[in-house]
Write a protein that binds this ligand. Structure first.
Ligand code: FES
Length: 104
């Protein structure tokens, strides 16, 4: 297991997605209710960045800006059409002020 610091907690604003690149992969980081989530930053419907979309706090989901599919920040599941496939999720740990990606 490997842990990689990807940013500091202070750099994240509640419900404002932030794109980070880690070892060649783009992740969308989102802080919601004191929990940091990370999902793959590419919509499963077309090749656009989910981090440019808006956060739905009630659903704990990120909305694709292009056609409006919602992706669960907890599971990566596509919650609404037109996307039907999930996106990847990543394990995040907050250690002190550091936001750390856990790689199995
Ligand atoms: S590109 Fe994301 S829902 Fe179509």
């Amino acid at each position: 297991m490997k842990e990689l610091k990807i940013c500091e907690l202070i750099e994240l604003e509640e419900a404002v997605p932030r794109r980070v690149e880690v070892e060649g992969e783009n992740l969308a980081l989102v802080l919601v209710d004191e929990t940091v989530y990370a999902i793959e930053d590419t919509c499963s419907h077309e090749d656009v960045a989910l981090s440019e979309g808006e956060v739905d706090i009630d659903e704990c989901a990120l909305e694709c800006w292009k056609h409006g599919s919602l992706f669960s920040l907890k599971t990566g599941e596509a919650l609404s059409l037109p996307a039907t496939k999930s996106v990847k999720t990543y394990e995040i740990r907050v250690t002190g002020e550091d936001v750390v990606l856990v790689i199995e």
